[in-house]
Ligand binder design. Structure first.
Ligand SMILES: [Zn+2]
Length: 155
């Protein structure tokens, strides 16, 4: 199903994924997108934390200036960001951030799929992104090397 989707997508497209080093090169190969046909954006956990922050501004440019008509939001298994949302490391990070900032960052708590879906929904609901842009949430399985479609945010 994912391959069928990828085959149908017309470039240019925007890809938002995690900063995880294990994805570098692997994901590009898996997507089989022609070189120079996609805009790759990366954040920890492929999460969008600010509704008008740098990532949303980049997506605004990608869709309204470069005319990307598809955004792939790609989370992955064994993601440190998802683990942080409930784990001990979260507590360790508190000391480095202003009051309340960590709670804001982890306003979406859950596994990789939940975070990816929440990100896709945030992008979908943003007035910055044209209605006609398709947003597809995907999960990359690091062990299997496979992409799974999570769900259609809006038909
Ligand atoms: Zn990750």
């Amino acid at each position: 199903m994912v391959q069928t989707l990828l085959n149908k997508i017309l470039p240019p497209i925007a890809v938002l994924t995690c900063i995880d080093a294990r994805l570098v090169g692997v994901l590009e190969e898996k997507l089989q997108l022609p070189p120079k046909s996609f805009y790759m954006l990366k954040t920890a956990g492929a999460a969008v934390l600010e509704e008008s922050g740098e990532i949303m501004f980049s997506l605004l440019l990608a869709t309204r200036v470069v005319q990307c008509r598809t955004i792939l939001v790609i989370g992955h298994t064994d993601c440190a960001f998802a683990a942080l949302s409930t784990g001990k490391l979260k507590h360790n990070l508190q000391q480095f951030l202003p009051e309340g900032r960590l709670e804001h960052i982890f306003s979406v708590v859950g596994d990789e799929a939940a975070i990816t879906l929440a990100t896709a929904e945030r992008i979908r609901n943003s007035p910055l992104i044209p209605e006609e842009v398709a947003i597809h949430p995907l999960l990359f399985d690091l062990n299997e090397g496979s992409l799974k479609y999570l769900s259609l945010v809006r038909a």
